[in-house]
Design a protein around this ligand. Structure first.
Ligand SMILES: O=c1[nH]c(=O)c2[nH]c(=O)[nH]c2[nH]1
Length: 284
């Protein structure tokens, strides 16, 4: 049978790395540490077809080597932002291996908060995780996408859903006062270099402020408003994708118990859930 490879990529996924940033001005228990933790996926594309079709591994930089490389680069890089670490990883693989044509690095940061102001004790922070994807083709600039996932947010009023399409399959009633809860994911594409740490902080702050400051006529409208706030907050961002699963809080039926449910008690459902996503780009 005749066949050919139309696409191939390989690398190491799920490489977990933590780094203690130490000023080294005093013994470890007398100095103030910073603790960062990331999980990285690195994938290479390039002249690797012979490994798939001929069993010829000579060009294959082992996935184990890819993993080791991430640890070495974590030692040499300050790990001050996952975006800049991703850029360093791409530059390394393209610089070291001529037969690598493209590198993609996906990074997720697990946030640690200082515990009670301690210099060296930490507690796992909120569920929200910073994310980054850095892709670089040989001869081109890196493409940097910052983001976040698992940002769990809710409004207990100032949210409604009314006047949606009517037909014989519709049963949901209009409401002008409901609970809106979601576990949001966002990713924003940089068109220009930025201070990634401060850009992230400004984008998240602007999106959260917008979430609180309007009456939401739908998740769709709220996504667009939060995306516009993010674009306003960071001129270096060209477009942003926001995804909001609608984690339904459905008014519990209190009638059998001779009580009126005045928007107080809800049945929280995991599935099925509404799924709403949009990409909003800055006008040229
Ligand atoms: O904000 C919403 N958008 C929808 O598309 C939708 N569909 C639904 O059943 N509830 C909601 N809420």
């Amino acid at each position: 049978m005749a066949s050919h490879v139309t696409h191939n990529a390989y690398g190491k996924h799920g490489v977990r790395i933590s780094k203690v940033r130490r000023p080294r001005t005093a013994p470890p228990n007398k100095e103030r540490h910073e603790f960062v933790e990331v999980t990285a996926d690195v994938e290479l594309q390039g002249d690797f077809e012979a490994a798939f079709t001929q069993g010829d591994n000579r060009q294959v930089v082992a996935t184990d080597t890819c993993k080791n490389t991430l640890y070495v680069l974590a030692k040499d890089h300050p790990l001050d932002s996952i975006e800049s670490f991703g850029i360093a990883v791409c530059a390394h693989f393209l610089g070291r291996y001529d037969h690598v044509a493209q590198v993609e690095v996906r990074l997720v940061e697990q946030l640690w908060d200082r515990l009670g102001g301690s210099d060296h004790c930490f507690t796992a922070a909120q569920k929200m995780r910073p994310t980054a994807v850095v892709t670089q083709h040989r001869g081109a600039d890196p493409m940097v996408v910052g983001g976040l996932d698992r940002l769990t947010i809710a409004k207990t009023t100032e949210s409604g859903f009314e006047d949606f399409h009517r037909d014989e399959f519709r049963t949901l009633a209009d409401t002008s006062d409901r609970v809106l809860a979601t576990e949001m994911t966002a990713s924003w594409k940089y068109a220009a270099a930025a201070g990634f740490g401060s850009a992230r902080a400004a984008i998240v702050k602007a999106m959260l402020k917008r979430f609180t400051d309007h009456y939401s006529r739908s998740v769709q409208e709220t996504i667009n408003l939060m995306a516009e706030a993010a674009l306003d907050a960071c001129p270096a961002v060209a477009e942003i994708t926001i995804t909001m699963p609608n984690k339904h809080h459905i008014l519990a039926n209190m009638a059998p118990f001779d009580r009126e449910n005045e928007n107080e008690v809800f049945v929280v459902t995991d599935e099925p859930f509404g799924y709403i996503t949009a990409t909003i780009a800055r006008d040229k």
